[in-house]
Design a binder for this molecule. Structure first.
Ligand SMILES: Nc1ncnc2c1ncn2[C@@H]1O[C@H](COP(=O)(O)OP(=O)(O)OP(=O)(O)O)[C@@H](O)[C@H]1O
Length: 239
């Protein structure tokens, strides 16, 4: 469970200030599939960074899984983040000298797992994203979509309850982007919380809930047409 209460974020640069988030209050439940949309500079990445405990708000309160994040030490925050959140970025952020399997294993090295368990889990995750046959390939031997699948497998390797994805399809063509969205939908069906930043409305509408940001404010928080269609179908079935 994510609980944001009047979260504001101000960036200071010399004598000037940018108010990137303005008293944002939000509840996101376990297992939700939420997209965040908004124009460039509206605060999407800032909000994701705060939810992901990669940055701290200037004011307000953030509880993650019941823990008040502002009261935690840096080490405890890092431990909470590593155990609960998998990150997926537009630029994949894979290490070029490691092959796909080794990239997926990396968070498990940091988590202190033994080699045999790491191999087992990383293999399982590559299979999950349909890339087992590319396990020994380095990132430059993979397509963009395959690289993003490796990055998603890496995010999943620690079995996080939540995946935060910042423009995960931004570097991909539309067909490959659709495939990656299909993978997020599968994860959602498996109970993983998905929060996805995108500037493409057709992709945002594939989530079950869409938040629109404008100038640091959440200006819309709505169930997507996908959910409305499902509700209408259920209504028809009942009548
Ligand atoms: N490190 C920083 N220092 C100063 N200002 C920043 C910093 N990061 C973001 N900002 C400013 O905060 C505001 C929100 O930025 P943010 O990156 O969250 O927006 P965004 O919606 O993700 O934009 P985009 O779609 O272009 O990635 C912008 O005005 C931006 O210039």
């Amino acid at each position: 469970m994510i609980e944001l209460e009047k979260i504001s974020k101000t960036y200071r640069m010399g004598s000037s200030e940018v108010l990137a988030l303005k008293e944002v209050s939000l509840l996101i439940g376990s297992g939700e599939f939420v997209s965040i949309i908004g124009p460039s500079g509206s605060g999407k990445t800032t909000l994701m960074n705060i939810i992901g405990c990669l940055d701290t708000p200037t004011s307000g309160h953030y509880r993650l899984g019941g823990e008040a994040v502002e009261t935690l030490s840096v080490n405890r925050t890092a431990a909470l983040r590593n155990a609960t959140i998998g990150f997926v970025f537009q630029s994949f952020n894979l290490l070029p000298k490691l092959n796909a399997l080794e990239n997926v294993e990396l968070p498990l090295v940091y988590a202190g797992l033994r080699k045999k368990e790491r191999r087992h889990r990383a293999t399982e995750m590559l299979e999950r994203v349909g890339l087992l046959d590319r396990a020994r390939h380095r990132p430059n031997e993979l397509s963009g979509g395959q690289r993003q699948r490796v990055a998603i497998a890496r995010a999943l390797s620690v079995h996080p309850g939540m995946v935060l994805a910042d423009e995960p399809t931004g570097a991909l063509d539309s067909v490959t982007g659709e495939e990656i969205m299909g993978l997020f939908e599968e994860l959602h069906r498996d109970g993983v919380t998905i929060i996805l930043v995108t500037h493409e409305k057709n992709l945002a509408l594939r989530a079950r809930r869409m938040l629109s940001l404008h100038d640091g404010d959440v200006v819309e928080d709505s169930a997507t047409a996908f959910v409305q269609e499902q509700e209408q179908e259920q209504e028809r079935d009942r009548s």
